[in-house]
Design a protein around this ligand. Structure first.
Ligand SMILES: [Zn+2]
Length: 419
């Protein structure tokens, strides 16, 4: 086995380096290396440069050289910073009912809604959940995603949330993608919990939080702040406890009503996700903080609602990430690139803003600094498209798929071999 790998040439390699974390971006700010190569050592990028010079300079006895045929554009592996892909059952019937004009209550009465997913997820064994997660990660991988956040939140009891988070942890060991687990036990108070919202949150934080640490199941605590889920007042002691225990905090914020983003800022959350209902007041608050604003166009498309005001957020100086929110109820599509491309046309975003939203700004939304850009020392996670012009990627609105995906320097998806 040779120690080093050199791959290239790439007609364009978009590094996503040298860009600010916050605020608007123009395509002119992108660094594009032409006819580039990537030198990889033990899963990390050792160097980026002109492929033909690199071929001359590397030691051929220790370097395996892969020479690509045709034109390729190389981008950092995509990062989907918000998903709910650990679930049982399907909500296809709900989806049809909602589109046919049925109300939330009518759907719930017919046995649908989030409680249906909770019931089906509770029924599933750990092994069944692992199978489902792995199947869904393969779909994301084909779309160029190399790092995927996965939330719990359909178990809604200490035992069932543990089952979900253990399934996510096992899946991570069985898939080439990196799965980043988040505890969303505060998705809603389960129907079968007889106490108050506060009592439920107290039970979760007292009992579940220490086990998350012990078993290293998740370093991230999420909560759904909404009239139908938890209020600001109810969530404060929960987040205080999470902070005391050194968890990262992330929030489902301002989806239908405002309030969540203010809590995110108050608690120094890593990210505030959704924000479809955010007004100028919330946008200003977020812009003065270090909270990453994560847009979830998949939920807007699934619900037929307004998009997150990404343009306004960027112009106000926020860092905007874009994630799929892949879930069985409101965002069943699970195609980050398509959704990001659609958000781009509605919100008038530059290519740089969209690509940043699914690479280095998404990395920031997960509080990881070893990926999301192509530069020396970072993980060799990258995705290749069969074209000479990176503009074609978003221009095709997601129908143009990657031809190869590399994770830690290893080829983990090759379209030529699977199609
Ligand atoms: Zn969500």
């Amino acid at each position: 086995m040779k120690k080093l790998k050199l791959i290239g040439p790439f007609k364009q390699l978009v590094t996503m380096t040298g860009l600010p974390l916050k605020g608007a971006l123009s395509d002119e700010q992108l660094t594009i290396v032409e006819d580039a190569g990537i030198l990889i050592e033990e899963g990390n990028i050792k160097a980026i440069g002109l492929f033909k010079n690199m071929v001359l300079n590397v030691d051929h006895t220790t370097t395996e050289i892969t020479r690509l045929e045709g034109d390729h554009v190389c981008l950092p592996g995509f990062i989907d910073a918000h998903t709910h892909i650990c679930f049982g059952g399907s909500r296809a019937k709900d989806y049809a009912m909602r589109n046919a004009g049925k109300t939330y209550l009518e759907i719930a009465k017919a046995g649908g809604g989030i409680w249906d997913t909770v019931t089906q997820t509770r029924k599933a064994s750990t092994e069944e959940l692992i199978k489902k997660i792995i199947k869904r990660t393969k779909q994301h991988l084909k779309n160029g995603v190399t790092t995927l956040e996965v939330k719990s939140g359909y178990g809604l009891s200490v035992t069932e949330e543990l089952k979900m988070l253990r399934a996510i942890k096992s899946s991570n060991a069985q898939t080439p993608l990196d799965l980043i687990p988040t505890c969303l036990a505060a998705h809603m108070k389960p129907k079968d919990f007889m106490g108050t919202n506060t009592a439920y949150l107290k039970e979760i934080s007292n009992t579940l939080f220490p086990i998350l640490k012990e078993e290293n199941l998740s370093n991230r605590i999420d909560a759904f702040i909404e009239e139908s889920a938890f209020s600001k007042e109810e969530i404060r002691p929960y987040f205080e406890k999470a902070k005391e225990m050194d968890f990262d905090i992330t929030v489902h914020a301002d989806q239908f009503s405002t309030g969540g983003s203010a809590i995110a800022v108050e608690f120094g959350a890593i990210s505030a996700d959704h924000l479809e209902a955010s007004t100028d007041k919330e946008i200003e608050l977020l812009s003065k903080s270090n909270v990453i604003a994560t847009a979830l166009p998949g939920a807007s498309l699934g619900l037929g609602c307004a998009f997150t005001p990404a343009r306004k957020l960027l112009d106000a100086g926020c860092a905007v990430a874009i994630a799929s929110d892949h879930n069985p109820g409101s965002a069943p599509m699970g195609d980050l690139l398509t959704q990001a491309a659609i958000l781009q046309t509605f919100e008038k975003l530059s290519n740089a803003e969209v690509l940043a939203g699914i690479t280095y700004r998404a990395a920031a939304a997960l509080n990881v600094s070893d990926r999301g850009q192509l530069k020396e020392g970072l993980l060799a996670d990258f995705v290749l498209f069969h074209t000479s012009d990176y503009h074609k990627i978003l221009y095709n609105q997601g129908s143009f798929k990657p031809c190869m995906v590399f994770k830690n320097g290893a080829l983990i998806f090759d379209k030529h071999k699977t199609s």
